[in-house]
Design a binder for this molecule. Structure first.
Ligand code: KIV
Ligand code: ZN
Length: 514
């Protein structure tokens, strides 16, 4: 099946969420899924339903909310996982089960401890079982690129015969190089007698920085017609193929690829911002398409050229990928209706009037301190626990800190832990250190801080809100907390408490590759 339509399969909410510290709550996933639908991705991989109750609920909520894109759940090649995926997807307008099993010698022998014949049989039975529960079945041979092509071809032929309609070839460890990967897909398609009965897909990891190039080669040389990718290239280790880069490559070089896409590119930057604000994974400034500098011209020669004729130095227009959509929207005089409408346009569905009122009050407070409110500010303020359904355990109540030249900074913090209220104080090397030490002296989490970063949410100016990311590690878990406020010390306290909340949550997660 080789058409000129390229299917975009987004796995930000599944493979992307497997990045250490990127795990998201149900509400956060739902918000991102709505944005992915606005971006018009063809398939949203919403999670791995059998991995935890939390992920099951998230896949279910997304399946019930999304009407345009196909909603997919990952499942290992066993009846329990597949049944759980089908159950979570029940409410979907269009659903897909994505089942996988490893096929490389290394994975079969060392990880699965199964023979080739056992793997072949399990793949066949899994697809047969899944096909009885859902029409749209995708099969992935994990570590496919490092698998023996003859064996791989046998497995693929068998699962297509059982009704798999998408065959996805993962480069699980990011080992491929573009030409070889493209050839690998092409020769595999030739080897499999019933290959024309399925759409071929590629799923590339970025360990050598070639995930986008490999995916494009899989399409151009190999004839694949689905690319699996994530917003901002989020994902295991060095990440996955980056949606924004692959989409803009295909659109900008249509002369070369000659493929149609269903994507609304103007939603790319809002999607990138939402994912980075939700996960705390900051986008590097020089990142293609979505980095803050992607369309900034610093040298005089370039600026002069762009002013005279834009295409002297620009191959894409910033507004086409959604940069202009983020210009100022609301201010101090904006009313509740304008605010509510902007929430709707951003795809933020607050359940009750009380939640909208709480969010609007926070918006007014922010507008008193900041002249222009951008979309990113709105996203940050609705993420604040006081307006989301999920009541967090730790909440910042008040904070005071004093810094005087020549003296050690001192902080006093009042925070809630469930129904209790704690007052605490501490000195520190700097004001942020004093605040976090004060909180830690009461909570005694014992967590190690592995990352602390501050970013200006909207522009580089000091008027902007500061967005702080704190990554904590404890007992084998890594979590990210994000906090935003015009005062970066307050933002730091919020980020620290948010990370503590995530550490505290008991949600168990099963590694998808397991
Ligand atoms: O990288 C990988 O192999 C995967 C599969 C589960 C598709 O994510
Ligand atoms: Zn993967």
């Amino acid at each position: 099946m080789s058409t000129d339509r390229l299917i975009i399969f987004d796995t930000t909410l599944r493979d992307g969420e497997q990045s250490p510290g990127a795990s998201m709550t149900k509400d956060e996933k739902l918000r991102i899924a709505r944005q992915l639908e606005r971006l018009r991705v063809d398939v949203i991989e919403a999670g791995f339903a059998a991995s935890s109750n939390g992920d099951f609920e998230a896949v279910k909520a997304i399946a019930e909310a999304i009407r345009e894109s196909t909603v997919c759940s990952l499942a290992r090649a066993n009846d329990r996982d597949i049944a759980r995926a089908a159950e979570a997807l029940k409410g979907a307008a269009r659903s897909r089960i994505h089942t996988f099993i490893a096929t490389s010698e290394l994975h079969m022998e060392k990880k699965l401890r199964m023979t080739r014949e056992q793997v072949l049989e399990q793949a066949r039975l899994a697809v047969r079982f899944a096909r009885n529960l859902c029409e749209d079945i995708e099969f992935s041979p994990e570590d496919g690129y490092r698998s023996d092509p003859d064996f791989l071809a046998r497995v693929i032929e068998a699962v297509i015969a059982e009704g798999a309609c998408t065959i996805n070839i993962p480069d699980t460890v990011g080992y491929a190089v573009p030409e070889l990967f493209g050839e690998f897909i092409r020769s595999l398609r030739e080897r499999v007698p019933n290959s024309d009965q399925a759409v071929w897909s590629v799923h590339c990891h970025n360990d050598l920085g070639m995930a986008v190039a490999n995916s494009l080669a899989g399409v151009k040389i190999g004839g694949a017609r689905q690319i699996e990718c994530t917003i901002n290239g989020l994902g295991e280790r060095a990440g996955n193929c980056s949606l924004e880069e692959v989409v803009m490559a295909v659109k900008t070089r249509r002369d070369y690829f000659g493929l149609q896409l269903g994507i609304d590119a103007s939603q790319i930057v809002p999607a990138s911002r939402l994912v980075s604000q939700t996960t705390g994974f900051v986008v590097q400034p020089n990142k293609a398409v979505v980095g803050a500098n992607a369309f900034a011209h610093a040298s005089g020669i370039h600026q002069d050229g762009v002013l005279k004729a834009r295409d002297t130095y620009e191959i894409m227009r910033a507004e086409d990928v959604g940069w202009s959509a983020n210009k100022i929207v609301l201010g101090k005089l904006s009313g509740r209706n304008a605010f509510k409408q902007r929430l709707q346009e951003l795809g933020i569905a607050l359940e009750s009037e009380a939640e909208i009122n709480a969010a609007f009050q926070r918006f007014k407070d922010l507008a008193d301190r900041k002249a222009e409110i951008f979309d990113e500010d709105i996203i940050a303020l609705v993420m604040d626990e006081s307006v989301t359904q999920e009541q967090e355990h730790y909440r910042l109540l008040t904070l005071a800190q004093r810094s005087t030249t020549g003296e050690r900074p001192h902080a006093e913090v009042v925070f809630a832990a469930g129904d209790a209220e704690f007052r605490t104080e501490s000195d520190g090397n700097g004001p942020v250190d004093a605040v976090l030490k004060a909180i830690e002296s009461k909570v005694e989490s014992g967590a190690e801080m592995v990352l602390y970063s501050v970013n200006a949410i909207t522009s580089g100016s000091t008027e902007s809100q500061g967005e702080v990311t704190v990554r904590l590690q404890h007992a084998g878990r890594v979590v990210n907390g994000v906090g935003a406020d015009p005062d970066i010390v307050v933002a730091s306290a919020k980020a620290y408490l948010s990370a503590l909340n995530k550490l505290q949550s008991k949600t168990e997660r099963v590694a998808a590759q397991g």
